[in-house]
Design a binder for this molecule. Structure first.
Ligand code: NAG
Ligand code: NAG
Ligand code: NAG
Ligand code: NAG
Ligand code: NAG
Ligand code: NAG
Ligand code: NAG
Length: 620
């Protein structure tokens, strides 16, 4: 990295210029003309600086080294000052070089090729502010302090020099000077600088984990009757070069893929979509050497009237939990898949249905605990016409829970039950987020081509109060642990007295339906990488939910066309939904100029009487 090495140089210039002293006087100390100390001290050239810790490092380094060097200068007798300084400066430079090299190596080691390429750009963007601030400090207080100190040291030293044989330093003056240096050190510790440094980045503790990971467990709990013309794929996106491995006991899934272009579409056999009921090993493990985002997508490759499609985000293993509640549409076939990520995983299912659910030869009885022990990578597939919403599933080890509907339809269209596949029906699936990661505040975004919404909410609190407010201030309040509300297609703010799981069903103008587990405001993440499914039918969109004050800092890679936007108040703040249309089959990256800005993104598409949708990510 030229620029990182470049900044090492910048510092060396700084220290070498102090070191100038040594070359000017190395021959004969007594008759060497005194070279005013610190004359050559320059403001470090910091335009090329990056690396969050560097400001901090520099600060500490300067503080220690300047103090050391100056104190040394004052204490030293004129006779050996140059020799000592020479040693000090050489070792200081060496130390600095070593630590910078180690740091640089660390950074390079920890970053991918693309990251390295980005570093240069980020240097300018992220650190320009810091550099300006540091320069300002340098230019004002520190610089004038240095000037004063320099003048006084000069006078002390030049007196000594001029006195030729009298090497007694002026103790009183030296004490005064050390006082000043202490003050300067304090200044270098300036709180405002520290605070600024911290504000510039979300600490990893605050930021937490997000939708990106290196290990994923998943399955597709669906039983299609006719898998003809059906295809299933995983869409893997990453901004690094990544090697991704797929493992399954099922045939034709095992493979390794190297991603170099930001996205890979992994086709898997459509027979996976004919998953048997009950225990199954038709599950998939995905492992990568870099952070990736995984989305599952399936649909029909040829269709005239009745197309179907669905998609789900696959959550990384790091964010899985042990306690879940299911949400499904109440009518028609409902499915749920449970997958164990460890051996000997005891799973308990507490059905919320009032009727028994047959799972092959066994039965899940209402209001009773159904216990099953699953092995590593073993799945359990439930399919029923009985209502699954609010069914609790918990385990002694992290599990994956995916729920959905083989035929989703709407209450009003219930009459179509028998012929749903032909018109008012679609397939909807989503990965569920564990109970301990639920949220209380949500913004339902504007969704392009939506004709109406239906939201389904579960809470673990029987008395949860849920308020749904639109942008004209009209609000609906609901109580209970299971809420369903039909809404017209616009933006809403949903707030709950307790953590909730919110599933948003969108009925699109073309009679498609999609399901999304909506990220709460607390889930807003950043740095999304999105690729639409590779099929010829869908026109794909994203809706971004962001604080209105942050919208200007959004940056996009690839061609996203502005479609519409709307503003909504939530938690006393103004948020905006920005809808964009994807220009084609490309990789879309969403970035923000501010590291602090988090925002929600949902991805969806419509085509031929079908729709798909999924949340682009979460932060937990
Ligand atoms: C690089 O990663 C290692 C291990 O994760 C960590 O200990 C080290 O601090 C990292 N270095 C930098 C410069 O971030
Ligand atoms: C950084 O910004 C400065 C001015 O803003 C510009 O002259 C310089 O070329 C930029 N450097 C890089 C690596 O982008
Ligand atoms: C020391 O001598 C230099 C010339 O060699 C002179 O410029 C300077 O003023 C003298 N300093 C003092 C304190 O006498
Ligand atoms: C896929 O790879 C895993 C791990 O190497 C192996 O256990 C499994 O049998 C393979 N599946 C098939 C269908 O070959
Ligand atoms: C499985 O877990 C149960 C408790 O959850 C334990 O009693 C049993 O010994 C475990 N079996 C194995 C084979 O580890
Ligand atoms: C729910 O509210 C009712 C009446 O306000 C109260 O009687 C009941 O105890 C509450 N239940 C819980 C679980 O808080
Ligand atoms: C919103 O503002 C009102 C009035 O300014 C205040 O009473 C309320 O506590 C605020 N709510 C939040 C969540 O900050």
């Amino acid at each position: 990295m030229a620029s990182i090495k470049g900044c090492v140089h910048a510092f060396l210039i700084f220290y070498l210029s102090i070191g100038y002293l040594k070359t000017a006087s190395s021959s004969k100390s007594t008759d060497t003309q005194y070279v005013p100390l610190l004359n050559k001290v320059k403001t470090p050239v910091m335009a090329e600086l990056d690396l969050s810790k560097l400001g901090e490092q520099l600060k500490t380094f300067m503080q220690i080294e300047i103090k050391k060097v100056i104190t040394e200068k004052m204490v030293l007798e004129s006779k050996n000052i140059h020799l000592k300084l020479k040693n000090k400066i050489s070792s200081a430079i060496e130390n600095f070089k070593t630590s910078m090299d180690a740091y640089t190596d660390g950074v390079l080691h920890n970053t991918s090729i693309t990251m390295r390429m980005n570093i240069e750009r980020k240097l300018n963007q992220t650190f320009a502010r810091r550099v300006r601030r540091f320069r300002k400090i340098m230019h004002s207080d520190i610089r004038s302090n240095l000037q004063n100190v320099k003048r006084e040291i000069d006078s002390v030293l030049s007196e000594s020099y001029n006195k030729s044989n009298a090497y007694k330093p002026d103790r009183r003056k030296l004490r005064q000077l050390s006082g000043k240096i202490q003050g300067m050190s304090k200044h270098l510790k300036d709180q405002s600088y520290d605070r600024n440094g911290q504000e510039a980045e979300l600490s990893s503790k605050t930021y937490g984990k997000d939708h990106k990971g290196t290990l994923f467990f998943t399955m597709i709990p669906i039983q299609l009757d006719h898998p003809d013309n059906v295809y299933a794929q995983y869409i893997i996106t990453t901004d690094k070069q990544a090697k991704v491995d797929f493992f399954s006991e099922y045939t034709d899934i095992n493979r390794s893929v190297v991603i170099t272009t930001g996205v890979a579409y992994i086709d898997i056999p459509s027979s996976v979509l004919m998953l048997g009921i009950g225990r199954t090993y038709t599950t998939v493990l995905i492992q990568s050497d870099q952070l990736i985002t995984v989305v599952g997508f399936f649909g029909k490759s040829h269709c005239s009237i009745s197309c179907e499609s669905s998609s789900l985000i696959v959550l990384p293993a790091t964010v899985l939990g042990m306690d879940y509640s299911i949400i499904t549409q109440p009518n028609n076939k409902q499915n749920c898949g449970i997958m164990a990520t460890d051996t000997n995983t005891t799973v308990v299912i507490e059905s919320a249905s009032v009727r028994s659910i047959s799972i092959g030869s066994t039965t899940i009885k209402p209001r009773q605990k159904f216990i099953i022990v699953l092995d590593y990578l073993e799945g359990f597939h439930i399919q029923t016409d009985n209502h699954l919403t609010a069914t609790k599933i918990y385990a002694n080890k992290p599990i994956v829970v995916i729920s959905g509907n083989r035929y989703a339809s709407l209450k009003e269209d219930f009459k179509c039950l028998r012929y749903c596949r032909s018109y008012f029906s679609d397939i909807v699936y989503e990965s569920l987020i564990p109970v301990d990661k639920w949220s209380r505040h949500f913004i339902i975004p504007l969704i392009h081509k939506a004709s109406r919404y239906s939201i389904r909410i579960v809470s673990r609190n029987k008395n949860a109060t849920i308020t749904i407010q639109d942008n004209s201030g009209v609000s609906i309040t609901k109580h209970g642990d299971l809420t369903e509300v039909d809404l017209s297609a616009k933006s809403y703010y949903v707030s709950a007295s307790n953590p909730i799981l919110l599933s948003l069903y969108t009925i699109t103008e073309n009679k498609g339906i999609n399901m999304m587990i909506l990220p709460g405001i607390e889930h807003f993440s950043k740095d999304y990488i999105i690729a639409p499914p590779k099929d010829p039918f869908h026109t794909s969109y994203i809706s971004i939910i962001i604080k209105s004050s942050d919208v200007d800092g959004l940056r996009f890679v690839s061609n996203l066309l502005a479609v519409e936007s709307t503003v909504i108040m939530a938690r006393n703040e103004s948020f905006i939904t920005v809808v964009k249309k994807m220009g084609g089959h490309s990789v879309y990256k969403l970035r923000h100029l501010s590291k602090n800005a988090c925002y929600g993104v949902i991805v969806y598409g419509v085509g031929r009487n079908t729709a798909y949708g999924y949340p682009a990510g979460f932060r937990f």
